[in-house]
Design a binder for this molecule. Structure first.
Ligand code: GTP
Ligand code: MG
Ligand code: ZN
Length: 366
């Protein structure tokens, strides 16, 4: 299988054609049949042992576990490799750098917020089964943000769930829960407390069967507090939000994979501000399925939902069944996605012209 090094292959690779020969411990770490197939397609490369999982990333360095409970993790450079926490990677023979990143089965990706730069992806977590979008009940409900997060979550390939935290700190949460639930069409909403543990068992249940859950949301919403409660120890640092506006202090600075006692994996992530689209899959259609259903009932197939007769969207807005702000939000997202696709196509053309070497688009000027 290791064509250039058949002698070494005998030592490190399982017999050709064998399946399920990866040690059980790797399955406990999230290795599955899909990854096994991806790895086999590549010829089962294993320069420095079998593939490992990225447990943490610090500015160009990856911490890699080869087994669940690995107490001697590797620390290697990421030079040239686009890695994210949760990725499965092959490390070079000298155990110095990530040599290959195995194709992801899912990833939560947003557009990196580097103003003026060309569009780049920011992968917040990879190979995840569930994305928990965390919002705090102590702050005014931010429906527009949640809508965008849901689009990214659906596009990630993982299952979205919403966790509304700090239930212990609010007296009448009903209105906030209702407002956020209104934009969470067909997505479960859990109401929890990272302090008292209320609702925590439902969150734990999401990890059953060794699944990987990523916690995502703005700074200060209580991601790390929730994770500490699930783990039963203070694994992650937390700090108080600002008095006035409830904003967090960006306490978590590195994304981290953590083992949940009893099975499953948690990924804590640093709070992020901008929720900008990156992928264009079916995320928008799934997050706005209620509005797309309405559109199917407009009289004209090319209805612009403006003032056309027989427009089901306008009728729903007039009847108070659809919030005009939600429809405006959808229109903005559709426009953002179209602009992003244009930009990505232009970059691909540029890269093609330059022989596959992407360079900054000097003619851009936008
Ligand atoms: N009362 C109450 N306070 C909470 C709860 N969850 C978090 N907090 C508090 O909110 C503050 C922020 O919590 P963190 O867990 O640090 O928030 P985070 O989402 O991890 O923030 P970043 O790491 O900055 O992204 C801390 O003071 C927590 O004690 C909760 O369920 N109830
Ligand atoms: Mg945190
Ligand atoms: Zn219409």
């Amino acid at each position: 299988m290791c064509a250039p090094e058949p002698s070494r292959c005998a030592a490190v690779c399982p017999p050709a054609g064998s399946r399920g020969t990866v040690p059980d411990m790797d399955r406990a770490l999230g290795w599955d049949d899909h990854l096994d197939e991806v790895w086999s397609r590549l010829g089962r490369p294993a320069a420095h042992g079998t593939p490992g999982r990225v447990a943490r990333i610090d500015r160009g360095w990856s911490t890699i576990w080869r087994s669940a409970g690995d107490d001697q993790p590797l620390r290697v450079r990421n030079i040239g490799a686009d890695v994210a926490v949760g990725d499965w990677v092959v490390v070079d023979a000298d155990a110095e750098r990530v040599e290959q990143v195995l194709e992801r089965r899912s990833a939560f990706v947003r557009r990196a917020s580097h103003e003026g730069d060309r569009a780049e992806a920011d992968v917040l977590a990879a190979n995840i089964d569930v994305v928990v979008l965390v919002h705090a009940l102590t702050a005014p409900p931010n429906q527009r943000r949640l809508e965008r997060e849901l689009v990214l979550a659906f596009d990630s390939g993982a299952t979205p769930v919403i966790a509304l935290t700090k239930i212990d700190a609010v007296e009448a949460p009903e209105a906030t829960v209702a407002e956020l639930s209104a934009v969470a069409v067909d997505v479960p909403v859990l109401v929890v407390s990272g302090i008292t543990g209320e609702g925590i068992e439902q969150v734990r249940g999401l990890a059953a069967g060794g699944r990987t859950i990523a916690f995502l949301g703005a700074s200060g919403v209580g991601k790390s507090t929730l994770i500490n409660k699930l783990l039963g120890r203070d694994a992650m640092a937390t700090s108080e939000v600002r008095e006035g506006d409830q904003r967090g202090r960006h306490t978590t600075v590195a994304t981290q994979l953590l083992a949940l006692p009893g099975g499953g994996w948690l990924i804590d992530t640093p709070g992020f501000r901008a929720v900008s689209l990156w992928l264009s899959g079916r995320g928008i259609e799934r997050a706005f399925v209620d509005v797309f259903d309405l559109m199917d009932h407009c009289r004209f197939r090319d209805c612009k939902h403006d003032r056309e007769p027989g427009c089901a969207v306008r009728a729903a807005i007039d009847a108070g069944a659809l919030d005009p702000a939600r429809f405006a939000s959808l229109e903005r997202l559709v426009a953002e996605e179209a602009a992003l696709e244009d930009e990505q196509r232009r970059q691909e053309r540029l890269a093609d012209r330059r022989g596959g070497r992407p360079e900054p688009d000097a003619s851009d000027g936008e």
